[in-house]
Design a protein. Sequence first.
Length: 283
Amino acid sequence: MSPRLRWRKFVSGFMLTMTGVCALLAVSVLFFILGYLVYHGGTSISWNFFTKLPAPVGESGGGMANAILGSAKLLLLASLAGVPIGFFGAIYLAEFSGGTTAFVVRYAADLLNGVPSIVIGIFSYSLVVLPFKHFSTLAGGFALGLMMIPITLRSTEEFLRAVPRALREAAMALGASKWKTIATVIVPAAYRGILTAILLAFARVAGETAPLLFTAFGNRFWSPGWNQPTASLPVMIFTYAFALSDDWHGLAWAGGCGWLGLFLVITIVARAFLAWVFGVSRF
């Protein structure tokens, strides 16, 4: 074997080993974080954590039921605003837009995706909170929805573009219209990637604290309706983590652990539901 071939073989083996080591390191870090979180928060999770309001200052016990419900309401509003805009914007970019228009939209989405979350919070505060002179769930959902749009749009566009052109041409050759081709061929072919994009955006905003401090603010009680300040898990975890009480520290860890478990359940249910929907015949 010539020296050049030996060198190429050595470099190839070295790169393969390094990629395996890096992948193992990434997985190890992930499991270390999860294990550390479960170790500290698992002991504080109980039925009361999911069903009780926070205990008064100085008293032990209590839970984060209001924060769990508040986070669910905020994420529902954010998804209703951010996912449709991002999804249909991605369809437009992938299937209809011209070169100049697509460049402008992509550039704007990338810029918005790079804006710090606290800036989004200040913008939402000026636009939604100040005119109405109070914090609200709607304002928090608006801020999180703004953050979901660019992530959903850019990620979904890439997955739509990854669908082979042959599928598009075959559907249109059979007489399907452009929109029918998109609805029955392209989107179902890319649904796993689209779901991943939506969950990525969902996970990105689910743990945001800064925008909610400027919009939803917080509430130690139940928040009926949508036009009042509401509690959220990220804000409550932030508050409890800096408290002087050891019980509150435990609840902060429990909040992180519980939020991780709830997101895991949402991910599994969403993937199972979409697999069932797109698993049936569409013709």
